[in-house]
Design a protein around this ligand. Structure first.
Ligand code: NAD
Length: 253
């Protein structure tokens, strides 16, 4: 790629939370950013924040678990911004339940968004990365990959993403493409707010209780994850591949 071309990133699930923070950070780093979420209209706040700060952004609506929607969205990004060479597979959902109450749909939805979604997005984006001889794939795993009560579906998906990441690193390294996973601990977003509501706790109390179990004695913020994504997406991180970086305020959450 020419020295002067602006690199293009895709961040999925970037309408809010961690994805929005990663999208804003990559734009601040100088990349043009495609903001993908289920509904294009929900991406407006992230796109506006990026453009207000002088960056370049484009919104696309797609369900990452739908092959045709993913292909169309990646084509639209390439046409609008240029070939995507950074992909952050961040879109996610929870369907928590103890195993004996977990439905087929709980399982399929979570595996579909996290695992199948990351597979479909990576497959669609890698051809641009291989053509450019440069790429950075960053998958959002979770400390729940180590096991978490009520999350058989989610922990399986997040552990699966770690194996997926290592395999992408092995297959794509020869084309200048790295693949790494970030495994966040407790991050303050709508997702953790929903978990607090599900267990019947006020979100502030839920955060305080979590902070007492975290070595740095605070919960995480979306910018904590964006900072690591920025590093992994950078040119200088080209010798870091197939890694899982736990970002959890300590070795375990
Ligand atoms: P969030 O619920 O605030 O945001 C998730 C976003 O993904 C939403 O905008 C949602 O609309 C979008 N999304 C959901 N399904 C989609 C689909 N099929 N296609 C496209 N977009 C879809 O969640 P968050 O806390 O910002 O989490 C972001 C990622 O980080 C997720 O993968 C999550 O599992 C992971 N994670 C979060 C935490 C945490 O504590 N918040 C911890 C570990 C890992």
């Amino acid at each position: 790629m020419s020295d002067h071309a602006q690199r293009v990133a895709i961040v999925t699930g970037a309408a809010r939370g961690i994805g929005a923070a990663v999208a804003r950070r990559l734009a601040a780093d100088g990349l043009a950013v495609a903001v993908i979420d289920l509904k294009e209209g929900d991406c407006g706040a992230t796109v506006d924040a990026i453009t207000a700060a002088g960056g370049r952004a484009f919104a696309a609506g797609a369900d990452v678990s739908d092959s045709a929607e993913v292909a169309a969205a990646v084509d639209a990004v390439a046409a609008e911004l240029g070939p995507p060479v950074v992909l952050v597979n961040n879109a996610g959902v929870l369907r928590d339940n103890l195993l004996f109450k977990m439905t087929d749909d709980d399982w399929d939805t979570v595996l579909g968004v996290h695992l199948r979604g990351s597979f479909l997005m990576s497959r669609a984006a890698q051809k641009h990365m291989v053509a450019q001889k440069f790429g950075r794939i960053i998958n959002l795993s979770s400390s729940s990959a180590l096991g978490n009560r009520g999350q058989a579906n989610y922990s399986a998906a997040k552990a699966g993403l770690q194996g997926f990441t290592k395999t992408l690193a092995i297959e794509l390294g020869q084309f200048g493409v790295t693949a790494n996973a970030i495994a966040p601990g407790f991050i303050v977003t709508d997702m953790t707010a929903a978990t607090a509501a599900r267990v019947g706790m006020k979100f502030e109390d839920f955060q305080q209780a979590a902070a007492t179990r975290i070595p740095v004695r605070r919960v995480g913020r979306p910018d904590d994850i964006a900072h690591v994504a920025s590093f992994l997406a950078s040119e200088g991180a080209g010798f870091v591949s197939g890694q899982v970086v736990y970002v959890a305020g300590g070795p375990l959450c």
